[in-house]
Write a protein that binds this ligand. Structure first.
Ligand SMILES: Cc1cc2nc3c(=O)[nH]c(=O)nc-3n(C[C@H](O)[C@H](O)[C@H](O)COP(=O)(O)OP(=O)(O)OC[C@H]3O[C@@H](n4cnc5c(N)ncnc54)[C@H](O)[C@@H]3O)c2cc1C
Length: 458
């Protein structure tokens, strides 16, 4: 690698957004330099559940699910309280099927539509996943596709120090490669795809103080410097207070349960053995509610039917295999294991089952499903976590980074967690799947818009 190497595009960050941006540009004929901070330390995409929100896919069509960008957008805008850049959200929804098909066709991951869980806020089944339903298989497939692409030069352990800005246009990055000193690496386009700032306590304190008590479950590498580089080049930021909470984090085990549990019928009780919320309001919105309980913890209670339904879910299986999920023959045993008052737990479950069967209204407004909880019981100690942040550099529908007065900064693109998301403000506006769908779609768009020529195939 030297200052004389010629690249059409430099992509910083090889997670969800960066790899698809690099692959999309390379397929159009671009010579791409893909700079990664640390494969060893990992990415949020790798830690994720690997669930891909998209509307109008061939998988939905095959399953007879009627969906489209308008419905997806309406769902997202309902959950975020109408607070997002509507032009960007509309474009992400319009292109969402494209990124799913790209992953299937050009990354080579065998996808399916998950019909086990109707995620909160999704009017129809719209989550797609690979066979193992976990992010690590997704990232492994993306990395294999990058390795197979001759036009992508992939550099791990790159020490990117900032952008090269000349006469108001971004012309490359300054980076140290291997043992070498920092040098200018030049290209007419730069995509910042280096995640958000979930692992930067100072930025969290400034922008998301409500997340400071949450357990961080994201990647070590999400430290926010990409956002700082964009701002230094004149970019505006949007929705910096937005973050994705996770309401099913297992303290001590380093695992988390599937966010889909409540949609299958789980409940949560606090140390008093009492429910405290409608558990199916969305795992992000629920996070501060759990953190507000005594000790900031709760016990999630479910049953064999739910365990069986989640058996294909990679994240749930990891928690189960790590020993974070326990099986009990009676509610009294469950209560004793978590030091909960047994009479309160029995009363709470009985009351919930009355709501489920329609015998009485649920105290928190959950809909009757006709599926009461029953023995054998399963329990897991949980707390609230923060997975990643959703605010970042202002972009347009073409993923070009914008100034405060709306002008694109020539040569600069942002995607994924480095760019502003579509989840409003705080933790409550996050619709399931907003993370990866935003990252992959903005990455795809950035890779395409940063390098226009299309490869013609015979
Ligand atoms: C536990 C967990 C579960 C989740 N589950 C889901 C889910 O099921 N569905 C969903 O839609 N979303 C989910 N998400 C969110 C999703 O993972 C993120 O929204 C998505 O990965 C963001 O993509 P990204 O490319 O911006 O960031 P990442 O995937 O984190 O990739 C960023 C890359 O940039 C690199 N990088 C960082 N700084 C630099 C630098 N200075 N120089 C070079 N490289 C750098 C990082 O090392 C990393 O490789 C989950 C997140 C977590 C943490």
């Amino acid at each position: 690698m030297s200052e004389t190497d010629q690249f059409d595009l430099i992509v910083v960050g090889a997670g969800a957004a960066g790899t698809i941006a690099a692959l999309a540009a390379a397929r159009r004929g671009a010579e791409v330099l893909l700079l990664e901070k640390s494969v060893l330390l990992g990415t949020n995409a790798q830690l994720s559940g690997g669930f891909l929100q998209a509307a109008g896919t061939r998988y939905q069509r095959a399953a007879g699910v009627e969906d489209g960008p308008e419905l997806m957008m309406a769902d997202i805008m309902k959950k975020n309280g109408g607070v997002a850049d509507t032009a960007v959200v509309a474009e992400i929804c319009r292109r969402s099927a494209d990124y799913v098909h790209f992953i299937a066709d050009h990354v080579g991951l065998d996808l399916h539509l998950n019909k086990t869980i109707r995620w909160y806020g999704h009017s129809v089944f719209r989550m797609h996943a690979g066979p193992a339903e976990k992010g690590s298989e997704l990232v492994a497939a993306l990395r294999r596709a990058v390795a197979a692409e001759d036009r992508i030069t992939f550099v791990d352990e790159a020490r990117v120090a900032g952008l090269v800005v000349e006469q108001d246009r971004v012309a490359g990055v300054t980076a140290g490669i291997g043992d070498g000193a920092a040098e200018q690496l030049r290209a007419p386009g730069v995509v910042l795809a280096c995640s958000g700032f979930g692992n930067n306590r100072q930025m969290l304190a400034q922008h998301c103080p409500d997340a400071l008590t949450a357990t961080y479950i994201g990647s070590e590498t999400s430290t926010g410097e990409g956002i700082a580089w964009g701002v230094a080049a004149g970019a505006a930021t949007d929705f910096m207070s937005a973050w994705q909470g996770h309401a099913h984090v297992n303290p001590k085990y380093g695992t988390h349960l599937s966010g889909g549990l409540p949609y299958l019928g789980s409940i949560m009780v606090n140390v008093n053995g009492e429910r405290f919320a409608r558990e199916d309001i969305g795992y992000s919105e629920l996070t501060p509610v759990i953190l507000g309980q005594p000790g900031g913890v709760a016990v999630e209670i479910f049953d064999q039917r739910i365990v069986d339904a989640l058996w294909t879910n990679g994240v749930f299986r990891e928690a189960y295999d790590a020993g974070a999920v326990h099986r009990f023959g009676s509610l009294d045993e469950l209560a004793a294991a978590y030091s909960l008052p047994a009479d309160a737990v029995r009363r709470t479950v009985h009351r919930y089952n009355e709501g489920v069967t329609g015998a009485a209204a649920d105290p928190f407004g959950r809909e009757p499903s006709g599926l009461p909880l029953e023995a054998p019981w399963y329990g897991s100690l949980i707390t609230g976590g923060i997975a990643h942040t959703q605010g970042g550099l202002r972009i347009g529908p073409d993923a070009r980074v914008r100034t405060a007065d709306g002008r694109p900064i020539p040569g600069l693109y942002a995607a994924g967690g480095t760019a502003a998301g579509m989840s409003g403000v705080g933790a409550a506006g996050y619709t399931s799947g907003n993370g990866l769908s935003h990252a992959f779609t903005t990455g795809l768009i950035a890779g395409e818009s940063a390098f226009a020529p299309v490869v013609t195939t015979a």
